[in-house]
Design a protein around this ligand. Structure first.
Ligand SMILES: *[C@@H]1O[C@H](CO)[C@@H](O)[C@H](O)[C@H]1NC(C)=O
Ligand SMILES: *[C@@H]1O[C@H](CO)[C@@H](O)[C@H](O)[C@H]1NC(C)=O
Ligand SMILES: [Zn+2]
Length: 527
């Protein structure tokens, strides 16, 4: 028997040849230590031991933070999968002249990280609408629906008219608690993720009235997303609204400030309605549509600020004119400065929304750059807000199918090809897509060479996404859990909203003191 096993192993090894077909040797010289881009220091055992000790000491310095979170900022990278984080941090490091892999995005330094499970009620692979309902309103719902629970099937206006199906967002919970709320995004402000803070709709595409009618629904009964933002609660109470999508607010036949047309067919100009609402309330307010106007309010923002910087989505940061287009970090800074004025605190939602779009088009450099832009916006937030009273949570709604692969050498261009070739001598892209315009099927069992070819659509991924937390009760965000827990955890830390609160049990008795008391009592009673 043993002999048979041994023989089988010998045959298997002989068949495989000397190399392991799963893990081929790299071409000699390419990864040899002499040509490696590793530093001399990194070749020493001590370097890694010291690095680990620094990591231990940093963890030891971390305190459990049991304060109440006065301010809460949630950052969302739309489609920011875990491989996107690894690739973006490498690109950021390489831009700064290092090998890159060892670099860190700002929020990767946060004390707590976890994973959220992104599936929706009727979907193994989520979209940005049902996920927004989960991470902002705290319930899992049907794909394509926003701010309504699982009783509302997509496109079903009738079902969504029943307000018992409506679920409020953490922004509404914060407002009900006397705090302020705001929303910032690089997409249309009526797009699925930001809409999760204020809208209740059976179809994410109902961004303006004509889209509701297109699905044979009545916008009087099922108001479009832009209308809800301007004229209904909680959107009409938001202090800061910054993003794109002017076309959703303007009627057909009316051109916006940059000459692009509106899409509304109800002849309403919602930007003017927003201005008129604030006028009638006698509150200070401003509408801005370019970076210069925005910056003119930087030092003392009005009570209410509406900024719509594009007819559609904001341009990709790498493609935008830096003079006329604000960055996500600039938008975030002004939003925080505005909201911070409320003594009771605030909830702010900030989305880097175009990571998703770039991934769909397989524009990996844009997807990574938009991720880096969010890292920068988070860094600005950490500088403006103290860890003592402000909770910052960074996460994604769903993954994408970008893979980080090949046997690329250390420090290899993250946007380039692997230095290894496959059996057929064809190079790999280090970052590739399982589907979409950049994906390639094998032809006659051979992979196609990586060159420009025509398009089809890339999809979301079903994997978990990362969650990073800093500030009061950050430790609540560790583990692997349902995405719909996120707003409940944030509101727990802030002691507001309908659920369980960190401070609802009154001042907590310190566990070691409690133990001491019990032991003393036992001793007295000689138990
Ligand atoms: C950016 O916009 C400004 C103001 O419109 C313009 O003067 C400048 O030429 C633009 N820059 C580029 C690179 O297009
Ligand atoms: C793959 O394409 C590149 C550039 O288009 C070319 O230089 C290379 O020879 C091709 N390799 C194979 C194996 O066809
Ligand atoms: Zn998408």
């Amino acid at each position: 028997m043993r002999f048979v096993v041994l023989l089988t192993v010998v045959i298997a090894v002989a068949r495989a040849g000397i190399t392991d077909r799963y893990h081929p040797d790299e071409p000699r010289g390419v990864h040899s230590s002499s040509s490696s881009r590793a530093s001399d220091k990194e070749r020493e055992t001590k370097h890694w031991a010291d690095e680990a000790v620094a990591g231990i000491e940093e963890r030891l310095r971390r305190q459990n933070n049991r304060n109440v979170a006065r301010n809460i900022v949630m950052f969302l990278g739309d489609g920011m999968s875990v491989p996107t984080l690894a690739a973006a941090r490498t690109l950021l490091g390489q831009r700064l002249g290092s090998t890159g892999e060892e670099h860190q995005l700002s929020f990767e330094a946060f004390p707590t990280s976890g994973f959220s499970k992104t599936y929706c009620l009727n979907a193994q692979i989520a979209d940005s609408a049902c996920t927004a309902t989960a991470y902002l309103c705290g319930v899992k719902a049907n794909r394509g629906t926003i701010g309504v629970n699982g009783h509302v099937p997509r496109w079903n206006c009738d079902a969504s008219v029943d307000t018992a199906t409506h679920v409020d967002s953490i922004a509404a919970w914060a407002l009900a608690d006397g705090r302020d709320a705001g929303v910032v995004t690089t997409t249309r402000i009526t797009h699925a993720s930001p809409a999760g803070t204020y809208a209740h709709v059976a179809n994410r595409h109902w961004e303006h009235d004509a889209k509701v009618r297109e699905d044979n629904a009545d916008p009087q009964r099922c108001p479009d997303v832009a209308h809800q933002l301007v004229n209904m609660s909680p959107g009409n109470q938001f202090k800061v609204i910054l993003g794109g999508g002017r076309r959703e607010f303007l009627p057909v036949g009316v051109l916006d400030q940059e000459g692009s047309p509106g899409l509304r067919t109800d002849n309403r100009n919602l930007i003017n309605e927003w201005l008129a609402n604030k006028e009638s309330q006698g509150v200070s307010h401003a509408f801005v549509w370019n970076r210069e106007q925005l910056m003119s309010h930087a030092s003392s923002p009005p009570d209410y600020l509406l900024g719509l910087f594009e007819n559609n989505h904001l341009q990709y940061h790498l493609e935008a004119n830096k003079t006329t287009e604000p960055t996500l970090a600039e938008l975030t800074e002004i939003a925080i400065k505005s909201l911070k004025r409320n003594e009771k605190g605030f909830f702010l939602f900030v989305e880097s929304g175009r990571i998703d779009h770039a991934h769909h088009d397989n524009y990996v450099h844009l997807a990574l750059d938009e991720t880096i832009q969010m890292s920068e916006a988070v860094r600005v937030a950490t500088e403006l807000l103290s860890e003592d009273d402000s909770l910052i949570v960074v996460t994604a709604d769903h993954a994408h199918v970008m893979a980080f692969n090949g046997y690329t050498e250390r420090g290899g261009d993250i946007l380039g090809v692997s230095d290894d070739l496959d059996e057929d001598g064809v190079p790999y892209m280090t970052l590739s897509y399982a589907n979409g315009p950049g994906a390639r099927k094998q032809v006659n069992g051979v992979r196609v060479n990586v060159t420009a070819e025509p398009n089809f659509e890339e999809t979301h991924g079903g994997d978990d996404v990362g969650v990073f937390a800093r500030g009061p009760h950050h430790d609540m965000f560790s583990g692997v859990y349902e995405q719909s827990q996120l707003p409940h955890l944030m509101a727990y830390a802030g002691c507001f909203g309908p659920g369980k609160h960190a401070c609802s049990a009154g001042p907590a008795i310190h566990a070691p003191i409690l133990l001491l008391v019990v032991l003393t009592v036992c001793q007295i009673l000689r138990l």
